[in-house]
Design a protein around this ligand. Structure first.
Ligand SMILES: CSC[C@H]1O[C@H](OP(=O)(O)O)[C@H](O)[C@@H]1O
Ligand SMILES: Nc1ncnc2[nH]cnc12
Length: 307
């Protein structure tokens, strides 16, 4: 037992929310269990809280840990995604605090991005497939369009509550943990970047490798440094996140409301990704060349993969 709650949950949990900076919990939900599965990549960044929403179980995971102790490059992304998959998750709504690279994306606005530019530096483990198991997944559209549609509709329905939501955007995922220089910030604008964070990658790549439907919801917490002579700082990010936290929770709540309705079972069950990766793994590396450790790791994600 953790906090007096059961540490097992017998039913599969299909939907998860990954909370980012300023969204370390989802208050107002009834927790029914706390899970901490061990994966081949270690434990997730925090115990996974199972919450009940309209009778649908939802998993909540705090990306930077319960106390925000993991820097962006230290987040155990493989353990996070593998742990979620192991409890049944096939659909992830990932929340992120971002800097704005566009005048029209104002601090406290929400963005449902549709593209990513990778500016991480290769220091984060970025794939499940290695050690004698080779796998290549398509990543042309890094987010899930079907899930994005639901998020966009929910966001627009909250316009009366002061939720401003931009339907598209390219997120620049930088390494950090330091913020950008002004030259970099201007370069990202010239590249067509809309917003910037430090966590879209490899989280979204790993979700794709794990056949999980994944959409990030971003909230602008600042104009990145291209905008003024002022520097971005953490106080600014946290202040805007705090001030607009209610809207963030309202938006997440509306998305969960919608996803837990009848008619979305195939989407939240990730049916449109099912078999896409496991099938490819099986024929990619021939059995003779398959590494024992890599094969066992892949089996953790896809238990029947080699049968
Ligand atoms: C505290 S500012 C930088 C930090 O905020 C964002 O976190 P998250 O994406 O988890 O909400 C950004 O990606 C950086 O990690
Ligand atoms: N300006 C910024 N750059 C990178 N990550 C951020 N997260 C929030 N604001 C950010």
């Amino acid at each position: 037992m953790t906090d007096g709650l059961p540490t097992t949950y017998s039913d599969p949990v299909h939907i998860a929310v990954i909370g980012g900076t300023g969204l370390q919990q989802l208050p107002g939900y009834v927790p029914v269990a706390v899970l901490n599965p061990l994966t081949p990549w270690g434990h997730a960044s925090a115990p996974i809280h199972i919450l009940k929403h309209n009778n649908t179980p939802i998993a909540f995971l705090s990306r930077h840990g319960e106390h925000h102790q993991f820097a962006p490059h230290e987040v155990p992304n493989r353990a996070n995604i593998a742990a979620l998959r192991s409890i049944g998750v096939r659909c992830v709504i990932a929340f992120s605090a971002v800097g704005s690279l566009r005048e029209e994306i104002k601090p406290r606005d929400f963005v449902v991005p549709d593209q990513i530019i990778d500016r991480t530096k290769g220091v984060r483990p970025f794939t499940f497939f290695e050690k004698g198991v080779v796998g290549h997944v398509g990543f042309a559209d890094p987010f899930d369009d079907k899930l994005a549609k639901v998020v966009r509709e929910c966001g627009h329905a909250l316009a009366g509550d002061g939720v401003v939501l931009h339907d598209q955007g390219t997120v620049i995922c930088m390494e950090g943990p330091q913020f950008s220089t002004r030259a970099e910030s201007n370069m990202y604008r010239a590249w067509g970047g809309s917003i910037i964070n430090m966590s879209a990658l490899p989280e979204s790549k790993l979700a794709r490798e794990a056949e999980i439907s994944y959409q990030m919801i971003c909230m602008a917490t600042d104009y990145d440094c291209w905008h003024s002579s002022e520097d971005v700082d953490v106080e600014m990010v946290m202040a805007n996140m705090g001030a607009n936290g209610d809207n963030a929770k309202r938006l997440v709540g509306a998305v969960l409301d919608e996803l837990s309705k009848e008619g979305h079972e195939a989407l939240v069950g990730g049916k449109h990704w099912e078999g896409s990766v496991a099938g490819m793994l099986k024929f990619m590396t021939k059995e003779k060349g398959r590494g024992e450790e890599g094969a066992k790791n892949a089996e953790f994600l896809f238990p029947q993969v080699w049968q």
